[in-house]
Design a protein around this ligand. Sequence first.
Ligand SMILES: [Mn+2]
Length: 342
Amino acid sequence: VNAVAKILPLPACPDTRAAFDAVVERLRRAKTLMLATHVGPDGDGLGSEIGLLHALEAMGKKVWVVNAEPVPAMYRFLPDWQRLGIQGCGDLPDQVDVMVVVDCGDSDRLGDAWHLRDRASSVVNIDHHVTNERFGDLNLVLPEACAVGEIVYDLLQALRAPLKRESALGLYTSITTDTGSFKYTNTTARTFRIAAHLVDLGVEPWPVALEVFETASQGKMALTGDVLAHTRLVGATQQVAMALIPFDMFVKTGTTKDDVEGLIDLMRRIDTVEVAALAREEEPGRWKVSLRAKRRADVSKVAENFDGGGHPFAAGFNIVGNAERWLEKLEQALVEATQGGH
Ligand SMILES: [Mn+2]
């Protein structure tokens, strides 16, 4: 039984439906395409590109992927990951039909890849960030999509593109990354139906989970241990978790800012904790602070007080100067954030 028949289209207003149809037509007619995602590429952007690359090539089109930054080691299990970057595009022609940009809310985040836009007759912008700046000639922005991989899945189905295991592996990686392994609030029944179809096509969930979520260097584990051991719980019910990563902790554990990924989620895991804050000193005296909420508190408002921003459950800000100068103010703001509302 083909699972596709049971997957209803994304809920879309007439405007987005028209944009969807226009993108399908643009992709159908294109013979040459270049794909790009944001700098600091993640599983959604890279996985969406792999999904498009293999399926569009199977339709007889020529495709190049012109990302400005290389594929992080953790995503080098994706089939043909070596093709995901401008370094591998020596034969990129002076003119292609379409540039497809995925998972990128703002063209600045494309880095040097955006300099190539003049080589394309048109730019197609496919994204799910509410804040997308609609920098494309065609813009397909669906905030209700859990990942861009979900939108790409729909596009490939509409194109009747051959969907093989390689594409499926890309789209599965995209979806599992952006849903935090099918558990964030963006996870829907539709997410699982698409995932089921991708598994039918040969994707094995555990090897993907191993690569994306269950692998870390010894240095990262040491850093994790240090941070958790030094996490302070504050507030009347120990509802606020706070930790600092001073610059020398990176040096001592041989890690970089990339190794901080996911650490704050472990702090939030503590049962009494409602909000978590993790500050890392990326260069001496320059701090980046991440905030996470579990249920009620809105950490985006706290971040705004420090000239940052984000979402109610995940926000952040940058700050310069010794931690002693701002830490107490942050602590007070977080305790207050957990006391507001009900
Ligand atoms: Mn995404």
